[in-house]
Write a protein that binds this ligand. Structure first.
Ligand SMILES: [Zn+2]
Length: 246
């Protein structure tokens, strides 16, 4: 079972690029990916639910929906999250620190809700280690997936080591290895934390060189590490499927 744990229906790039569910399926089929976790960002929580729900309605056996949490002090989103997870069977929550605040009074209700429902929060901390440590330690029941080993396309080994160290100390912390360019840090993560808490994703689709080859390259970047049969199977799908209870 190969599962892409991090696939965008809508990206957070400058163009706010969107991909149709059909384009994602085409990429998955061509690259040999069985399942994909899909979500939209750079939009409201409500719209993210509509987009993911529409995608999963078309491909219920292949796509797994996450809801995008965009809480603010003006606009609580917990009712929408509660409904998405409790009634519409969304399996996780995506949060991006580039688009929302992690001030306690805004983010804490979302963390509590995730912990209560047992769904993971996939959080892009944009390199802010302190924010990750605060959420991981204050909400031990909440399963926290740290995007990109802490920072997208990070070349700061020390910073990545701190995020890996957080996962070492906190059993509720998982490490997403999408968008990681220092591949030996993936080996370090597996060695220090264990393959069951290291999770592969493409962070795609991306057009360079094309969506299928972007996904293939991402898969190959794990396979060339020779992690061993079990560890590789965990990282490429086993870990995320277990985490979201599939
Ligand atoms: Zn992403």
């Amino acid at each position: 079972m190969i599962c892409d744990s991090h696939c965008h229906l809508k990206h957070g790039d400058a163009e706010r690029t969107e991909y149709s569910p059909e384009a994602i399926l085409e990429m998955m089929d061509a690259a040999g990916i069985d399942r994909a976790v899909v979500f939209a960002m750079s939009t409201t929580t409500k719209r993210s639910i509509e987009m993911a729900e529409d995608a999963v309605r078309r491909f219920p056996d292949r796509l797994i929906p996450y809801v995008y949490a965009l809480p603010s002090y003006q606009r609580p989103v917990c009712d929408e999250l509660e409904e998405a997870i409790g009634q519409r069977r969304f399996r996780g929550i995506k949060i991006h620190l580039g688009e929302c605040t992690v001030a306690d009074y805004v983010i804490d209700p979302v963390m509590e809700l995730a912990g209560r429902h047992g769904v993971p929060c996939l959080v892009d901390f944009v390199g802010r280690y302190g924010a990750a440590e605060s959420l991981a330690t204050r909400f031990p029941q909440m399963k926290l997936i740290v995007c990109h080993l802490g920072q997208y396309l990070c070349t700061n080994a020390q910073l990545m080591d701190r995020f890996i160290g957080l996962a070492e100390r906190c059993p509720n912390v998982y490490l997403d290895i999408s968008g990681v360019v220092m591949l030996h840090k993936v080996q370090d993560a597996v060695q220090r934390v264990g393959s069951e808490r290291v999770i592969w994703g493409t962070d795609g689709p991306h057009k360079t060189p094309d969506t299928t080859n972007f996904a293939r390259l991402s898969l190959d970047s794990v396979r060339v590490l020779n992690l061993g049969k079990k560890a590789e199977a965990d990282v490429l799908g086993g870990s995320i499927m277990k985490l979201i209870g599939s």
